[in-house]
Design a protein around this ligand. Structure first.
Ligand SMILES: Nc1ncnc2c1ncn2[C@@H]1O[C@H](COP(=O)(O)OP(=O)(O)OP(=O)(O)O)[C@@H](O)[C@H]1O
Ligand SMILES: CC(=O)N[C@H]1[C@@H]2OC[C@@H](O2)[C@@H](O)[C@@H]1O[C@H](C)C(=O)O
Length: 368
């Protein structure tokens, strides 16, 4: 296979709003592998402007378009950083799979839609590389959730012929992929990942996240609050399902607070909410899974991982690092692969996961 068809870049900036993960992937061998990675964090100004889009008005269409341009510039910087690190030329890259920044996700109903901000035309112009963007809309148009899309890539990397495995991605939102030994793949969003912990932590300490759950460990879970939060209909809804900031946000949390709670206790409760969302879904839908592999930034939160192990006794709970793929780069890697599927004309969606009427080619191509 010539280089031009084997090298793809994947760019993910997820619901945590922490920054940009970019990877250079080589698909010339099976399994594919990562050649280089690059992370660019968002500054608080950009994060604030993205969060402000949740407040309608003040010419939000203009604000969104300006942010799409700004993101394209930052993604282009990440591409340059990535290529400079390994001395690869833009002309050697077949395409960039750019997820964009989710700012709305409303997949339900025939009028469903999802918005991942980025100006892909500008990104193609700035890099000279073909860009694949807007991966989710076609699946929603076909009646699906448009998310999660990564389970099919989890299958390629982690399917085992003997053991039922579950992959738990703990990003802003948490999502599960079930891989049975006979090759069945299912998956769905199961609740918050870091989104609520991050929001509460920022609000009370000014820090973007609670490193290793240290602050949460300082507090005590408030059982009545946890119970109220877990009563949210989303948790009992049968898959297919996906979610985002529309459901999980501070306004929702604050509607259950009296104001007398200790902030650290609320943080402990939010950590336990993430654990309960993941463990509850594993036990309800995949009770036979013997191995659970964690990825996404939440997999680096040692307190969260310890609590998950307690909530899933008798099962192996490890990071995907232990089966050969760095937990921090899996999603960006997946979008490099998804770009390759589109360029190759191969449908990549899994109707069994998203609930769509059929598999579709995902993504729009902006030639370089
Ligand atoms: N050591 C750590 N302790 C606690 N939390 C951590 C640690 N390292 C990373 N995180 C959390 O991980 C988040 C980033 O995770 P990730 O990059 O997977 O999010 P994402 O790209 O937004 O994911 P998704 O698209 O799946 O929502 C940070 O915002 C932070 O909350
Ligand atoms: C709409 C959207 O951006 N969804 C993300 C988000 O982050 C985690 C979870 O919610 C998952 O459904 C999805 O991302 C991963 C990459 C996916 O599509 O598999």
């Amino acid at each position: 296979m010539d280089l031009k068809t084997a090298y793809y870049i994947g760019i993910m900036s997820g619901t945590s709003l922490d920054g940009i993960d970019a990877v250079l992937a080589d698909f010339s061998s099976s399994p594919p592998f990562l050649l280089q990675t690059c992370y660019l964090s968002y500054d608080s100004e950009l994060r604030g402007r993205l969060l402000d889009l949740n407040h309608p008005g003040n010419d939000e269409l203009h604000r969104a378009a300006m942010l799409g341009n700004e993101l394209a510039r930052r993604y282009a910087e990440a591409v340059t950083g990535l290529l400079n690190k390994c001395g690869v030329e833009p002309r050697q890259i077949t395409a960039i799979g750019c997820h964009g920044q989710t700012v709305r996700h409303c997949p339900e109903s025939e009028r469903g839609y999802t918005i991942q901000l980025c100006n892909p035309a500008l990104l193609a112009e700035l890099t000279g590389i073909t860009v694949v963007a807007d991966f989710r809309s076609r699946d929603i148009a076909a009646g699906g959730q448009g998310a999660p899309l990564v389970p099919v890539f989890h299958q390629i990397l982690f399917q085992d012929s003997q053991v039922h495995r579950v992959i738990a991605n703990i990003g802003g939102i948490s999502n599960l992929t079930s891989l049975t030994p006979n090759g069945e793949v299912t998956g769905f969003d199961c609740g918050p990942g870091n989104i609520m912990m991050d929001a509460w932590c920022l609000h009370h300490t000014g820090k973007p996240y609670d490193e290793n759950g240290a602050w949460a460990e300082f507090g005590r879970v408030i059982p009545e609050l946890l119970e109220k939060l877990l009563a949210l209909q989303f948790f009992s809804l049968a898959p297919p399902k996906s979610t985002g900031r529309e459901l999980f946000n501070l306004v929702w949390l604050e509607s259950y607070l009296s104001g007398d709670e200790k902030p650290a206790d609320v943080q402990a409760t939010l950590l336990q909410l993430t654990v309960a969302g993941i463990a509850g879904a594993v036990l309800a839908y995949f009770p036979d899974a013997a191995e659970i592999y964690l990825c996404g930034g939440g997999a680096r939160n040692t307190a969260l991982v310890a609590r998950l192990r307690m909530a899933l006794p008798g099962r192996k709970v490890e990071l995907t690092d232990s089966v050969g793929v760095d937990a921090d780069w899996l999603e960006a890697f997946a979008f490099a692969w998804l770009a390759r599927q589109v360029i190759s004309g191969v449908p990549a969606s899994l109707p069994a996961v998203t609930g769509a009427r059929g598999a579709r080619l995902l993504g729009a191509i902006y030639p370089g």
